[in-house]
Design a protein around this ligand. Structure first.
Ligand code: SAM
Ligand code: SF4
Length: 445
């Protein structure tokens, strides 16, 4: 391992899909600098840990990962900590873990090459600035994609300041990337082999920009522009905030053929009292009304959400309201978390923090209900004829796994077909986490 002149790298991303996107851009940049991606199973000269700070467990994980990078002879690779832990903890990271050479925040990673140069001289390198000039302006162009699905970050940061959340502090203020950059990047991704693009943002549906004719466009306008790109078959977006679900975006779900019937719309709690304490700025009813309208234009839409149990002050009856909003909605899939107090957020110092045992019990009840609904949704799709975008090999010979329009993993025996093919299948059976289908025909190779 040559800490003084790294030749190979590995980027490990944790947490959200936006980190996956950032990790890909960092890898592309390091390759552009002449470094090579370390082969599977081989030690890399430079390891970038692209971290997540959203919950305590995720944030603490970085320190055990750093420890594991130490070799039997006591040496370590050059270590860079990137992402939201880097932004939140800054220089404290190399004090706590002296083997860390570089600390770089999510808005500064385009400066990684200079930081590596500093680290080569044996000095610690730190950059957690949020520069006004966007990293996107200086990152190299997109490379050929190894997968048929690609992420495209269109919006970053958050101005909403939910009282439990670190994102406004670690990712900074809400910014929207310009229209033409996004249309160009989407075309480059499609030219590089992507058939499906997922538009990403902390509040992706808050995206807004002038188009090439100077008209202000929202996310629905961008989706309609991507719908016109030949070779792109599917469009998704995540994560949305209920307050930014515009009429235009709801209408797009009924009108844009390539927009997949899946909506991830976090609600966090079913209790208006808790939503207010969370500073969510939407109510239980306004959330349900959005879902009703989306279902009206796209009846088969798969609904997904995020939930937090055990927010400070959450009573048994508040929690019952969360269960009842889930009952009422019937989710196809959802993510649920125990509340984790984050340093610097208002909720961390609120009275009436909920004991761990109560949170555990509530999370179990909520997840049991969500799992039941996911299974029911999967079973409803049995007997349907639908499309799959084949994404990876399955365990059996000749088996491939693809995603349905509703983001379910579907296994299919598909001799002669390849990853990246778009196929038609009949869904035959469903389990809680995956389904199987039989091939009808290949639609596009
Ligand atoms: N912007 C999106 C929204 O408001 O719906 C969510 C983005 S956040 C990165 C992803 C999810 O993490 C949130 O929806 C929330 O459920 C969860 N989360 C955020 N802060 C949390 C905390 N302190 N404890 C537990 N879960 C948290
Ligand atoms: Fe966090 Fe709320 Fe912003 Fe979502 S909207 S990123 S939960 S502050």
């Amino acid at each position: 391992m040559t800490k003084s002149d790294p030749k190979t790298y590995r980027v490990k991303s944790f947490g959200c899909q936006m980190n996956v996107y950032d990790g890909e851009r960092m890898s592309e940049m390091l390759s552009d600098q002449g470094m090579a991606a370390a082969a599977d199973g081989e030690n890399a000269d430079l390891v970038v840990l692209n971290t997540c700070h959203i919950r305590e467990k995720a944030a603490e994980k970085v320190y055990s990962d750093i420890g594991r990078l130490r070799q039997a002879d006591g040496s370590t690779p050059m270590i860079a900590v990137a992402g939201c832990v880097a932004q939140a903890e800054g220089a404290e990271i190399s004090r706590r873990a002296p083997s860390v050479d570089i600390v770089v925040g999510p808005q500064a990673y385009h400066r990684l090459p200079e930081l590596i140069d500093t680290a080569k001289t044996g000095r610690k390198a730190l950059d957690t600035d949020m520069p006004p000039a966007s990293k996107f302006d200086v990152l190299p162009g997109r490379k050929k994609q190894p997968r048929p699905t690609a992420f495209l970050t269109v919006q970053e940061g958050c101005d909403k300041f939910c009282t439990y959340c670190v994102v406004p502090y670690t990712r900074g203020a809400e910014i929207s990337r310009p229209w033409s950059d996004l249309v160009d990047e989407a075309k480059a991704l499609v030219d590089g082999g992507a058939r499906e693009i997922t538009l990403l943002g902390q509040n992706v549906n808050a995206w807004s920009s002038e188009d090439d004719k100077g008209r202000i466009q929202g996310l629905d306008g961008l989706i309609r522009a991507l719908d016109r790109i030949d070779g792109l078959d599917r469009i998704r977006y995540t994560t949305s905030h209920p307050n930014d679900m515009t009429d235009g975006l709801i209408a797009a779900h009924g009108e844009v053929p390539k927009l997949m019937p899946y909506l991830h719309l976090p609600v966090q709690s079913g209790s208006n009292r808790i939503l207010k304490a969370m500073n969510r700025s939407h109510s239980r009813d306004s959330y349900l009304e959005i879902l009703r309208r989306v279902r009206e234009v796209r009846p088969d839409i798969a609904l997904s959400g995020d939930f937090i149990v055990g927010f400070p002050g959450e009573s048994d009856s508040d929690f019952e309201e969360t269960l009842s909003i889930v009952e009422e909605t019937e989710y196809a899939q959802a993510f649920s978390f125990k509340y984790s107090p984050r340093p610097g957020t208002p909720a961390a110092t609120m009275d009436d923090q909920i004991p761990r045992e109560i949170m555990d019990e509530r999370l179990q009840r909520l997840q049991a209900l969500l799992n039941k609904q996911q299974m029911a949704f999967n079973q409803q799709t049995v007997g349907r004829r639908t499309t799959l975008l084949l994404e990876r090999k399955g365990k059996l010979d000749g088996q491939l796994v693809g995603k349905s329009p509703w983001l379910q993993s579907v296994h299919v025996i598909a001799p002669g077909l390849s990853i990246g093919d778009l196929v038609e299948v009949d869904i035959e059976s469903a389990g809680p986490n995956s389904l199987s289908g039989t091939l009808v025909e290949r639609i596009a190779a």
